[in-house]
Design a protein around this ligand. Structure first.
Ligand code: HEC
Length: 108
């Protein structure tokens, strides 16, 4: 997850410079963020039970939005890029709002 915030920061910074190749690269990294390891998947299944499906849907939504951002950046289409970006950010935040507390590995 830490990598996600670095890539997101890099993406936004590239956006201000209209550096489309860099935006595309960062979006690609977010789209292909490390999949869950089998251990993590087991832990999620136990913690979330039937809510696991909702988690995976949000994960997929962010993936698809990131692919959209990458494609828009490659085509240098700013409007589409911004739409994809807002969709992506909504996905990040939705998952955090709904699941972060239950899943947090941080000790308070
Ligand atoms: C499908 C659910 C889900 C999606 C989508 C998601 N996150 Fe997270 N994120 C989590 C969970 C769960 C944690 C808490 C992890 C922990 O504490 O082990 C977290 C934690 C974080 C953290 C805190 C650092 C950390 O490792 O705890 C950052 C930063 C973060 N996410 C960034 C992002 C960004 C940026 C996106 C979108 C590009 C995103 N996340 C999308 C579930 C998600």
């Amino acid at each position: 997850m830490q990598g996600m915030s670095t890539d997101m920061a890099g993406l936004l910074s590239a956006l201000w410079f209209e550096d489309f190749p860099e935006v595309a690269e960062r979006a690609d990294a977010i789209a292909d963020h490390a999949p869950l390891s089998p251990d993590e998947r087991d832990r999620l299944q136990v913690e979330l039970g039937p809510e696991m499906e909702g988690f995976q849907e949000l994960d997929e939504a962010v993936h698809l939005a990131a692919v959209r951002v990458r494609e828009a950046a490659e085509a240098e289409r700013m409007d589409e890029l911004l739409d994809g970006l807002s969709e992506m950010q909504r996905g990040c935040v939705s998952c955090h709002t709904r699941f972060r507390e239950v899943l947090s590995t941080r000790t308070p």
